[in-house]
Design a protein around this ligand. Structure first.
Ligand code: ADP
Length: 288
């Protein structure tokens, strides 16, 4: 299993939205990290064959996916961001409907749907209407439908948007449990979503693949770029104007600012261990 993007570029009018992206992905969980508008959804749509790239190609096991067409779609599972759940359908009816669209019918569809609904913790509510579901339940249903065809490539576009922390943890665990022997790519701008489950992080900035690597390796790269300084309250504003502040806390001695900066912000700034949150700010400081 190998998904390969070769120099993929997408332009809308004069704007380059996906800019010469190349990467090779083998089974594992990948977190596509980018600020809003960095091109994540567009890249996913290209991989899924929903829109065509202006340049470059997507290969799966060495074969061009747009030439393969239907054959590639049978090994692909996709949870789009703007997924339409049909509120009047029950969870089971919805699964059977999607199964039919994927060409899975009859007993096989029923068995597979029941199995998946059980696995995502919706077995007990399979005959309830989707309009009664919480956001987390809908997203679990979204994952279940994406898995109906036992995909080798599973793409999840911002799957945790709108979920509360508890649902988010549950969702993460679910993704981990489904990720064996699959290429799973999930996009997010929430670092904690991928901190624990992603084997690798792909940093997409303004359409360009800026970096990729394990969270640990990416964090190491900014090892001396995160600082803590103690400032007086009246100085805070000036620091905010000049630097990227990743945290601010008030203590008895004054305000402690956590600053992401390649150079020390003051002579007595203390270098501190970076987190993935700092990493995000390092890459997307202009966007936040
Ligand atoms: P993300 O998923 O990272 O938020 P998108 O891929 O949705 O980013 O969008 C990237 C950029 O491309 C945005 O600036 C967006 O406005 C632009 N864009 C996306 N789709 C279209 C389109 N159909 N026509 C014109 N611009 C688009």
């Amino acid at each position: 299993m190998k998904l390969e993007l070769m120099n993929v570029t997408k332009k809308y009018e004069e704007t380059t939205v996906v800019d010469n992206v190349s990467c090779v992905l083998t089974p594992g969980v990948y977190g596509l990290l980018g600020a809003n508008g960095s091109g994540k959804t567009t890249l996913f749509r290209i991989i899924c064959g929903l829109i065509a790239a202006n340049e470059g190609e997507v290969l799966y096991d060495g074969k061009n996916t747009s030439a393969e067409g239907e054959a590639f779609r049978t090994i692909l599972g996709f949870l789009p961001q703007d997924f339409n759940y049909y509120p009047e359908f029950t969870a089971m009816k919805f699964m059977l409907y999607i199964a039919a669209l994927k060409g899975i019918n009859g007993k096989v569809a029923k068995k597979k749907s029941a199995e998946l609904l059980d696995q995502v913790g919706l077995g007990d509510v399979q005959n309830k209407r989707i309009k009664k579901f919480s956001g987390g339940m809908k997203q679990r249903l979204g994952i279940a439908q994406a898995l109906l065809n036992d995909p080798e490539v599973l793409i999840l576009d911002e799957p945790t948007t709108g979920l509360d922390p508890k649902e988010r943890v549950r969702f993460r665990n679910l993704i981990s449990s489904f990720s064996q022997e699959k290429i799973v790519i999930l996009s997010t701008h929430i670092v904690s979503d991928i901190e624990y489950i992603a084997d690798e992080i792909l940093v997409l900035k303004k359409g360009k693949l800026e970096n990729r690597g394990t969270a640990q390796r990416l964090i190491q790269e900014i090892e001396y770029f995160v600082w803590e300084v103690e400032v007086k309250e009246i100085e805070v504003r000036a620091f905010q104007m000049k630097y990227t502040i990743s945290n601010q806390k008030n203590t008895e001695r004054g305000t402690v600012l956590r600053i992401v900066s390649e150079l020390p912000p003051t002579a007595d700034a203390r270098s501190v261990t970076p987190t993935l949150e700092d990493l995000y700010l390092y890459y997307f400081r202009e966007e936040v």
